[in-house]
Design a protein. Sequence first.
Length: 483
Amino acid sequence: MGRAGRSRRFCKIFRNSKSLRKLHVKSYGCQMNVYDSHRMIDLLTRNSYAEIAAPEDADLIILNTCHIREKAAEKVYSELGRIRMLKRKAALGGHKLIVAVAGCVAQAEGEEILRRAPVVDIVIGPQNYHRLPALLAQVESGAKVVDTEFPVEDKFDHLAPATAMAIRARGVTAFVTVQEGCDKFCTFCVVPYTRGAEVSRPVAKIVAEVEGLARAGVREITLIGQNVNAYHGEAENGRPATLGHLLFSLAGAPGVLRLRYTTSHPRDMDDNLIAAHRDLAALMPQLHLPVQSGSDRILAAMNRRHTRAEYLDLIARLRIARPDMAFTSDFIVGFPGETEEDFADTLRIVDEVGYAGAFSFKYSPRPGTPAADRDDQVADEVKTERLARLQDCIDRHHSAFNRNCAGQSFEVLFEKPGRLPGQVVGRSPYLQPVQVMGPSSLIGEIATVRITGVGSNSLFGALRSVEVQEADDQEPALTGTGG
Ligand code: SF4
């Protein structure tokens, strides 16, 4: 071996043995992807990687992709075009940049990604992240790998828990995946194809993860799943547990001050879950409950398996259980066959529920889904016009909800310093950012705030009491009976 070769080899050995390799993860889409990205980072930081914020100096770049939005795959390919330049630069500098595509686009596209983007070394589906170290070893020895099979083993049994330091760096709120996949097969949605059938984690493992987060300082847990209230994990007694049961189990965890869950399907809101809203003070009075359309005809065409009346009845039952409940939703405008009359039903349901907020999108076909093949697609200019009207309607209710907060007092969980010196920012029970002047020692604590002003996206307030709730002194957060 020549001198240059020996020197390169020495550099490589030095790099592998003395220094941590640099990992950059770019996450697209929903909270489930953010959670998965954290799990990959936690796993790889135990396997001689360190996370870095920018891709330029990375040894490994992971794009954790989402397939929900329009042209999702095309956006990933154009990002890979930019990464190709980084890979070329790294090669000129004598080191190998490994590129991995993870998430739902990886699951949906598989081998096609390697064909269209030779810059990629690893294509890995959402159920296979625990195999990343083994796949990286294969790539180090020159292979390219695609791993999108749904495995028989549970990835959560193999993914490393976050260190206390990593948890603290991520703040006082955390997501915990309790359920993955979906069996509903709404006719517009790719999730059942990319994430597979519904799978739920056992109660004991979730409780252990939540207790670990709380010990490291997390005070608010959001349970997440593609269809989270279809949760059916194994309880401690070996029998199936519902999401309601799980919430009752978690409400007593020391240090956990707040619980939330998302995203729910109206069909899976059972009595036990409604009882949890009635009985658990820790369960926040805000629920994201997508309805998608207010028209029975369109709901049937979407295969949503509930009617408008059933949805409204559910909202009423939840309001009886918890009168201060606020609702948010998702809407799809211009689903194939949607008439002006159907759309008027959607506007009416927004007025009837009085949503605190909602996400709304124009329908766009997802290849492979039943609705994509329908020949009664709505013209784009009609969708655009309807979306603008729907968003006006949603904005009106959102502003009214926020205006109504003025003069009220809320318990606010403080999360971080504000932009102004001496300011801290927290969240109301309804997830609104609340800015107050107060000491940074409030971060991680709940304090009562009187709302004195309302901005377009934030509330402003004054601390009403300096008596903060000490997390360690919390009793199980129950206000009644249930479980
Ligand atoms: S319930 Fe949600 S995740 Fe499941 S198919 Fe319908 S829209 Fe997709």
